[in-house]
Design a protein around this ligand. Structure first.
Ligand code: ZN
Length: 106
């Protein structure tokens, strides 16, 4: 059963209606949704200091997620590089959070 949750843009507070218009990124320590348009405006403004330059969702992010899983698994077995594996796990956690909170509802 699909749960209907309305996703609101962090900048303009308008409703985000479809997944093509959704950009999830970090705003300082928060993971927040934006309209595509609002995200690019945010990057041009002063708040670019706080807003992440890379969307957490989208095609590029899916590729990095797959790479993080592959390299994370390999690095887990190399004793000296295990800490990198933990960092990749954190990245996967953020990616999952973005999907769980926002993307799956659209
Ligand atoms: Zn917006």
């Amino acid at each position: 059963m699909k749960e209907n949750k309305t996703i609101y843009c962090y900048k303009c507070a308008g409703e985000i209606k479809n997944s093509h218009d959704l950009v999830v990124t970090n705003n300082f320590l928060l993971i927040v949704p934006y309209h595509k348009k609002c995200f690019s405006k945010e990057l041009m403004g002063l708040s670019t200091i706080l807003v992440g330059n890379f969307p957490i969702n989208g095609a590029m992010s899916n590729v990095s997620t797959i790479l993080a899983i592959i390299f994370g698994t390999i690095l887990l077995f190399i004793r000296d590089l295990r800490y990198i594996s933990v960092m990749l796990l954190l990245f996967l956690g953020i990616r999952f959070y973005s999907w769980f909170q926002y993307e799956r509802h659209l």
